[in-house]
Design a protein around this ligand. Structure first.
Ligand code: HEM
Length: 401
């Protein structure tokens, strides 16, 4: 028997289809994987991925969040927390943490519930696309409402993000349409910031305009337009894509594991645990990319300084040394066994985690009401081909009586 060559290509069709077997082989055969074609490294074992997330001195975020950016090897000037290392990251993050406290998020619950209910109310049980009719729309609606984007532009934000993240198989760089979408969205945020400077309202834009940040030299200053627009673009992107994918992944995963759906129908208190297990088993974010800031020696291999390194959280979640029956979807599993990396880990761990958990739990509750028994129309399902997020663009279902 010959073993096929081990190739992890995050821009291949095979990746978009679900690279679980590749991850298994990487963990076993090449825990420090090197991709010669694109000149990047990847860590896939739970212990290594978790440690790398924590070690921001060795694995920098400042060179970009995807392969195209990191391999160009220039620190980015974009003012987004996800692209900053400490101490700059710490200052900016502590400012925005104040907007995302658990209490502030809890106060959003009526708005989040109302937004989700608006979409489920329109659903047709004969033919319902869990993503195309539901989960594609409400997350962006929620985050843009929080920001203060006028209603008529909220879905436009999603279209901009979709276009900028879309990749054809083999395409690594952002397309021309993607660049155009990024430029348009930044111009849109810039204009909105000018409007809020002139006339503040009760929204996040206005709060960010009023906030003061302590800079590295101890000076306190306001955020500039560039910083606020960058933050809005980050929130729009992170808020629009991820919960969408989690809910789509939920419909597929529960259809394949109907006894787990039944457990939820029997006991709704398990919904938060189900969200955690979905984040582990089918996470919307498979990886984050860092740049090695020094030579790393691990498992007999060497990562030179200055290379893109993929931290494969999705693979870490299937690592049998971290989780018992790691390939089994079990909402009742012992969650203390190992760190769930679905929201990242360490200084960059997801700012929107509490919001995402709330949105996902409410959405699951509504799906349990709307489609207690359902079947997926498998032939009409479609996966996304995107940078940084994995999941489905269409999951049509039939509600069974
Ligand atoms: C299920 C939904 C979500 C998932 C799976 C997810 C996943 C992640 C992951 C893996 C990271 C770490 C990035 C890194 O280490 O480079 C992250 C960071 C981040 N997420 Fe989320 N996210 C979700 C929802 C949200 C939402 C709703 C928001 C918006 C409010 C949000 C805002 C952010 C921000 C701003 C960061 C950057 C934090 C930093 O750099 O300090 N996320 N998220």
């Amino acid at each position: 028997m010959t073993t096929s060559e081990l190739v992890f290509d995050p821009f291949s069709e095979e990746f978009f289809e679900g690279p679980w077997e590749t991850y298994r082989r990487m963990r076993e055969e090449a825990p420090v994987y090197y991709n010669e074609e694109h000149d990047f490294y990847a860590l896939s074992r739970h212990e290594d991925v978790a440690a790398a997330y924590k070690d921001f001195e060795t694995y920098s975020s400042a060179y970009g969040l995807d392969l195209a950016q990191v391999r160009s090897d220039e620190p980015l000037d974009a003012k987004m927390i996800i692209l900053m290392d400490p101490p700059e990251h710490r200052q900016m993050r502590s400012l925005v943490n104040k907007v995302f406290t658990p209490r502030a998020i809890e106060a959003m619950k009526p708005m989040v519930t109302e937004t989700i209910d608006r979409y489920i109310a329109k659903a047709n049980p004969e033919r319902f696309d869990v993503v195309g009719d539901f989960s594609a729309f409400f997350p962006v609606e929620v985050i843009t409402q929080m920001l203060g984007v006028p209603e008529e532009y909220r879905q436009k934000v999603r279209e901009w993000v979709d276009t900028s993240l879309h990749r054809e198989p083999g395409q690594i760089e952002t397309s021309e349409a993607g660049m155009q979408a990024i430029t348009e969205s930044m111009a849109f945020y810039y204009n909105l910031i000018q409007e809020r400077r002139a006339e503040p309202q009760d929204d996040m834009f206005s709060r960010l305009i009023a906030a003061e940040i302590e800079r590295e030299d101890g000076d306190k200053t306001r955020l500039d337009d560039f910083e606020i627009a960058g933050f809005a673009a980050l929130l729009g992107g992170a808020g629009a894509e991820t919960v969408t994918k989690l809910v789509g992944n939920a419909a597929v995963t529960f259809a394949r594991n109907p006894e787990q759906w039944q457990k939820l129908l029997n006991d709704r208190s398990k919904v938060p645990a189900a969200v955690e297990e979905l984040l582990r088993y089918e996470p919307p974010v498979h990886y984050n990319v860092r740049r090695s800031m020094r030579e790393v020696n691990l498992h007999g291999a060497t990562i030179p300084e200055g290379k893109p390194v993929f931290l494969l959280g999705a693979s870490a979640h299937r690592d049998p040394t971290a989780f018992t029956d790691a390939d089994t979807f079990d909402i009742d599993r012992d969650r203390t066994e190992a760190q769930n990396l679905g929201f990242g880990y360490g200084v960059h761990s997801c700012l929107g985690a509490a919001l995402a958990r709330m949105e996902s739990a409410i959405a699951l509750e509504r799906l349990l009401d709307f489609m207690p028994r359902y079947e997926v129309v498998w032939d009409d399902c479609q996966r996304v081909a995107m940078q940084n997020v994995a999941g489905w663009s269409h999951v049509p279902v039939r509600v069974l009586t």
